[in-house]
Design a protein around this ligand. Sequence first.
Ligand SMILES: Nc1ncnc2c1ncn2[C@@H]1O[C@H](COP(=O)(O)OP(=O)(O)O)[C@@H](O)[C@H]1O
Ligand SMILES: [Mg+2]
Length: 346
Amino acid sequence: MKSIQLVKQYLEISGLEAELTAASRLLTKVNGQKYLVETNDWKTKPVNLSVIQSFYHSLLNSSDLAGGLYITNKGFTETVKYFINANRKKEIVLGLLDNVKAKVNWLYPLDYAVNNDSLPQVKIGLFICKGGVGKTTTAVHLATILADLGYSIALVDEDPEAHLKRISRSASLNSKINCFSAHEVEHDESLIKNHNYVIYDYPPSLQTSNIYSLSELDYCLIPVNLSPMCLGLDAEILQKTFNYISQINPLASLLVLINNEIEPYHPVSNSLRRELQKTIKNTSKAHLIPFSIKNSQHLHYWGKGLSFSGLGKNSIAYQNFLALGDYLLNTLKIHPRKSFEMTLKN
Ligand SMILES: Nc1ncnc2c1ncn2[C@@H]1O[C@H](COP(=O)(O)OP(=O)(O)O)[C@@H](O)[C@H]1O
Ligand SMILES: [Mg+2]
């Protein structure tokens, strides 16, 4: 039987109305308020952030709905929890369908703990032969998201200008983040041990002192801006960056991240994106991350205070970096983990 039918039965047995409205949707009433119920029958994958984001947006667009119940038999990726905690204009309750017992286990509250002691360490670098595109911004905000998700992070400032080190002194970072200068790590390599991730922030032109850590990266994140002045139409800078990294570290995955995007559908933005894709196709290790970090006031002014100061988890910036975290963890399967196990409150 399809999940939606099982859910309908279950709701009715529990004494709730359940009116089918579409192939995988129904409406129910809880304490006199309308809730949209959505199910999916995916066989293999936990429900991810983008699915829950669009579910949330469909709730926001219907003023008569108090919230929604999202039900799956495959679980949810861990970033879903953070999204729901941060977005409370409409209530979302997650449900795990047990097809055999025809029962829904409501996953609420969403408590789970990360057990990450035995994970292999992953090294990620931020590099492109270009300044001012968001290397340092991405390093700090990605570190913050991963720390919020329960991982421990060593942030290493490889830039002689030491922007990162200076910011880490004035900003209060998540306590799971430790920030070091390359110099400190050179003297005592054990400093970065016992962290799930090491994130390196490089200068736009490499010095010999940067070569060693670069040669050890698993992933190189390459932020680009879709502005003709930043990325020449011939994408020369990007090709140079690819060549540079591949020479030193042919095994690293090269992940291009569009940052500071202003208007995704602007014609110039589109044509630059196509140019970008051409360059990326020529390099086998290179991939374009399928979404962008948007231009935001917050990321423009972030250095003073917390990395996500003021705007907190509701900000577009937080949601964008959450999507990046979700992509790294679940699409690239860096530290793949089973969907979170829920404590059931019945
Ligand atoms: N998505 C964004 N929206 C708005 N401003 C941004 C964004 N990303 C970066 N910035 C700003 O651009 C400037 C350069 O960023 P930075 O991370 O220092 O670049 P890099 O490390 O590559 O030199 C900073 O002032 C930063 O606040
Ligand atoms: Mg920088």
